[in-house]
Design a protein around this ligand. Sequence first.
Ligand code: ZN
Length: 470
Amino acid sequence: MNASVTVRIHAIPLSDNNGRRKCTVTPKAFAAAIDTVNTIFEPTGLRFAFDSAKDWHPKRDTSLNSLHNGGSKWWTKANAVAAKFRGEFTVFLRWGKDTDTPANNWFAYPPDTGQKKPAHAKLPHKNIDFVAVTNQSSKFGSKAGIVLAHEFGHFFGLFHTHPSWGAPESDLVVALVKKHGAQGLNGDLLGDTRPDPGTKYYKEKVNKNLCGGPASFKIDGKTFKPDRSNVMSYYFSCQPPVTMSPQQVKVIHKTINHKSRRHLIDMSAGVRYAGVFQSGVGAHALWVGDDKRGFKKKWSELSKKGLRLIDLETYKVGKARRFSGVFRAGAGGHALWLGDTRQGFLKKWEELSNKGLRLIDLETWKDGSTRRYAGVFRAGTGGHVLWLGDEWEGFHKKWKQLTNKGLRLIDFETWKDGSTRRYAGVFRAGKGGHALWVNDDWFGFQKQWNELSKKGLRLIDLEVFGSKVS
Ligand SMILES: [Zn+2]
């Protein structure tokens, strides 16, 4: 399974104005940690993109490098910096408050989305708009990706599985159980993450060996069995594996759609998704919201793995043009042609056609006053029907008519003509199950993708549209 919506990281490795207390974490180590985060976040459908050439922004600033989460208004400056990068997710790599010793703590907080808050984990502010981690490679070790996923969890709305921001004191743990029973240790107030006294209690009262000690134990007569693999626990030393519960995934979806976080996925959230599915088996991948360079790179990478691009999609968010693609297992000749003028594209089409390639997907968009074209080509033969420029009802009617005649939609296109939305499709002879899914938001679409995938249907065309699409 490989369906994701992209959140771009804006990493700011800090040092003092005079270059001291400098960042020793390398972009390579940071990228490796993001890879781990992406594995842990797979159930959420969010994918964090980090390109060490473009998303690593070193900065000399003693005050930011001293960032810590104590006292009052400690977030003001860091929030102001993060606010400059809408559409990106700011992560500070900083030394901390002390002049000589780098800080051990990493931190992040849920935004106030109106959610029910745990009594012992107050939010410092309605929107802490960044994540802060160490800038020292000695403290950015083998568990860095796991702890980073934990901090990202906070940023996207998750509280600890234990009741407080730090691991609670043993006295508090016992008092909470006496007062509220097992629910007193339901730190995140979610029903599918088990109550957790935290690691301090465990080490003091259960066993010094956090991972090797007993899985369950009693407090005031109640049995506890904390989930030592949960991403929002403090049992990092027992991980991997690292898990995220279905309700935690739900909280993340709710949070990313909140106004404080939504800018991060606006490239996807501002558009609607429509998909065409067909029966099929084997490897498949969906790549959403990358820029041209990243997309070309992904195309090469997946091509080498025996996947073939079968649908290309492009849309604009602000000034940035984004590319998405659907890939399926395949072999043989293929080509990707991006962003030519009409004349250049026609020439390329002829050239590739003569080499036994067929256009299977056409994309067009406006770049200033120039209309650009892109095509996905595969080895192939055979006739097809092209249905151009109808409104939705007419197009849907045609879809039914042609599918009844044994034709299958292989490419789907939509654009706006003044205030009228138009649709176009390429049909070819074909058999088997098929579905057309139009006008859902990303998470609804993703759910549909997962469900239809399980039924043996494969997405063969993806189209995104909405107010932000040019
Ligand atoms: Zn935490």
